[in-house]
Write a protein that binds this ligand. Structure first.
Ligand code: URA
Length: 243
């Protein structure tokens, strides 16, 4: 048993070093949480090495939590009829950096967390490329509920849902917002400009600098855009130095 525990510990440390502190067990995204320095993991310590993300969700400040409780049963648009979960957002309530995606997909709807599918795993790698973890930033979407078959958000859905994001921004007070993809950028700026135009300069949203870049799902479909996405990430890293 001791050897098995050591093997598991080694494997988890290796996994975290080479990939991420998050892993999926039985379809649920979990986080590797290590015991205090010096405390050995044995079969008797009962130290949970892998915790459910939901248990550590007090990543939301008390205000964000109470706002979540206030809006989580929203029925303002038709999307509530098909949702499994209202996907509020996740991350550090005091983050300097807020990422805004488009809308939850199938896995996000199932787990109630933004960006937990393949696009989310790429987002984690993009963050790690600029020295950040998911817990350092805040991640939310334009829409809190999944559109059927992941279709694009409709204008009235955006109009109903946007005040939720605006309030989250007021509570989090990020220094920089990054819109992931054309739809997020267009929805925030109320424009029909192309992504290549939107990427050209830093915009403003609620008086906060807004950088618009590729959606990770688009990068998975078109890896040739990764070079340009990397340029955007470097720009973001530079912007973060001066906040
Ligand atoms: N795509 C998004 O835009 N948001 C998510 O949360 C997941 C995939």
């Amino acid at each position: 048993m001791k050897e098995l525990i050591e093997d598991i510990e080694h494997y988890l440390r290796f996994y975290q070093r080479s990939y991420s502190a998050q892993l999926r067990l039985n379809g649920v995204l979990r986080e590797i949480v290590w015991p205090e320095e010096g405390q050995k993991i044995t079969k008797n310590t009962g130290v949970p090495v892998v915790k459910s993300f939901n248990k550590i969700l007090p990543q939301r400040s008390a205000e964000l939590e109470s706002y979540y409780q206030e809006i989580k049963n929203c029925t303002k648009c038709a999307l509530h009829t098909g949702r499994k979960n209202f996907v509020f957002g996740y991350g550090n309530p005091n983050a300097d950096l807020l990422f805004v995606g488009e809308a939850p997909g199938r896995e996000e709807d199932e787990q109630g967390m933004p960006f937990v599918g393949p696009a989310g795993r790429l987002l984690d790698r993009m963050l790690s490329a600029i020295g950040l973890k998911r817990e350092d930033v805040y991640i939310a979407n334009i829409l809190k509920c999944r559109p059927p078959n992941n279709r694009d958000p409709l204008p009235d859905e955006v109009a109903q849902c946007e005040p939720y994001l605006q309030r989250q921004i007021e509570l989090i007070q990020p220094k920089i917002i990054v819109a992931l993809g054309r739809i997020a950028g267009q929805s925030l700026l109320k424009t029909s400009d192309s992504l290549s135009k939107l990427r050209q300069s830093v915009q403003m949203y609620q008086n906060i600098p807004l950088l618009i870049t590729y959606h990770p799902a688009a990068l998975l479909r078109n890896p040739r855009w990764k070079e340009q996405s990397w340029q955007d990430l470097k720009k973001l890293k530079n912007m973060l130095k001066s906040v």
